[in-house]
Write a protein that binds this ligand. Sequence first.
Ligand code: SAM
Ligand code: CA
Length: 247
Amino acid sequence: MAENGEKAENQAGRHQEVGHKSLLQSDALYQYILETSVYPKEPESMKELREITAKHPWNIMTTSADEGQFLNMLLKLINAKNTMEIGVYTGYSLLATALALPHDGKILAMDINKENYELGLPVIQKAGVAHKIDFREGPALPVLDQMIADGKYHGTFDFIFVDADKDNYINYHKRLIDLVKVGGVIGYDNTLWNGSVVAPPDAPLRKYVRYYRDFVLELNKALAADPRIEICQLPVGDGITLCRRIS
Ligand code: SAM
Ligand code: CA
C-alpha cells in the first residue's frame, strides 16, 4: 500500500510538472480517475512499461495511463487492424495499440530514436504482440512521402496516432489525409499543449512550450477548417484531436 501511495505521489508530481492540471483543473480529480478506473484495469505489461519509463530522464514525453486506456478502447471500438504511429519513445501508446489489435493487426511505428524503443521492446515481446509492429528508425516525413509516391498505401490505414515533432504536424496532415481510409481516424496528440493554447502572450512559458505553441495553434485552426474531416478535441492527457476522414 505504501508503495502504491508513493507511486501515486510520483504520478501526481509528474502530472503537475507537465501541466495536465491546467486541463482538468484538479490534481485530486485526475488522481481519482487513475486510481479508480485506470490502474485497476491496466494490463500488467503496460504497468511494467510505465514503471520502466518512469525511471527514464525524458519520462515527461510518455503517454499517460488514462490516455493509453483511451487509445486501447478507441482502437477496439473502431475495429482497427492496420495502424500507424509517429513518435514511439519507449512504446507505451504503441503497446496500448498493439494489445488492442487482432492477432494479424499491423502497426507501422516510426521514431528517430531506436534506443528508447528498445527499452520497452522486451516488455512488448513478453506481452506477445511484437509481431504486429514494423518499427522504422528515422524521420517519419520521408517514409510518408515514399508511401504516397508508391501509390499502394492510399486509404489503407484505419488509425494513425501522431505524437512526435509538433512543428511538423501540418506537414504530416497533408500526407496522412491520403493514407488514412475514408471513415478512418487520425489522432493528433498534445493539441492543448500544456494548456498554453489559451495563455496570454506575456505568460511565463518554458522555451519549448512557447516555441511549439504557435504550431499547435495553427494546427488546431487548420483541422477545424478542413472539410475532409470531422473532428473532436478531447481533454485527455495533454489534449488529443480525433479526425475522422469523410472524403
Ligand atoms: N507516443 C510515445 C509514448 O507513448 O511514450 C511518446 C512519443 S514522444 C512525445 C515524441 C517522440 O517523437 C520522441 O521519441 C522523438 O524521438 C520522436 N520524434 C521526434 N521527431 C521525429 C520525427 N521527425 N520523426 C519520427 N519521430 C520523431
Ligand atoms: Ca503525447
